[in-house]
Design a binder for this molecule. Sequence first.
Ligand code: ZN
Length: 355
Amino acid sequence: MFVNYPINAAQDNNFVHESIYEAITLIFNNLNNGVAVPLWPDVLPPRHRAKLRSRRTIRDLLVELKDIAAPLSEQQRNKALAFIDNQNEINGLLDGTTNLITPDADIELFTDCFERIFLEGFRLLTGTKSRDKHYEDIYESLSSKTCPFCGYEPFEAPGLKREDEDHYLLKDQYIASAANLMNLVPMGGKCNKSYKLQQDILFKNNRRRKALNPYGNTKAEICLLRTPARNLLDEKPDWIITISPDIEETRTWNEVFSIKDRLKDTVLSSNYESVKSEIGAFLSSLGLNSESSKEDILTGLNEYENLKRIAPEQGLGFLKDKVAKMLIEYFEQENPVVIGQVRDSLPKMLEEQLA
Ligand SMILES: [Zn+2]
């Protein structure tokens, strides 16, 4: 992805997941120690109690869990808790430092109840509006109000139709992280419904893989300098996109979201003509024309690139600085294709001015 989300947006609004997790821990610890389990709502952590005390479904599910856990051994309860912990070590699961626990017969005694508990938690994210606050915090942090997974899909403002909130780790497979905001990422509808779909971000063909952490620090950059200048003559140039850093995490991002294909066709090729005309108009506004010197044109191109880099456009224009950078590189190398394309975009000098 092109931008990371602020971790506070998830941590500061995560009271549903925290409440459920802490209630389960309390139930299991009390059973282990032979102490009575507090009744609702005292089973909830005091700091979040008022926000959830009226929620009866989760209350009943926690009682059901206590009844399942009571006749079992301490070891079985500890295993079940370790399973929940494991599915919520999202940073470690994404960067490959945490191995995934496969449920065994002991854990399976709990999985159906866990699934219903955490899915109810997910539903409560909407009912308690914690999901809206989470989105609002993320939206406010974005300087470009677009989906960071593709870079170009627009995000609706908070309060309008909600953007998709994707379970980065699929909720059907990683049931215990279904209500954890650290596992929920706002995502454009195209990215979510047409590309990510039900792909398991942690596995491909049963092989474990690393994936970018939306709330982490690693983001991706695009470079077009390897695109051969001759490709630019085609109606739909075949762009060569280099993604950096070239690590397994960014390769997974490209695979899951078809990044290179989408950028090539939707962002770069379809807009190349308009980028060239815009560059022509920009250079012309600086007083340049098709007969201007190489140095003056290069200075103008660098100004354009600089402008688009420090004040990037939102949406389909977000890679204009990368296109300009590539054109500058070829222009400096005196590549005839690029020199021709840039000079063609400039106003012609009038005959009388030439004479
Ligand atoms: Zn997107």
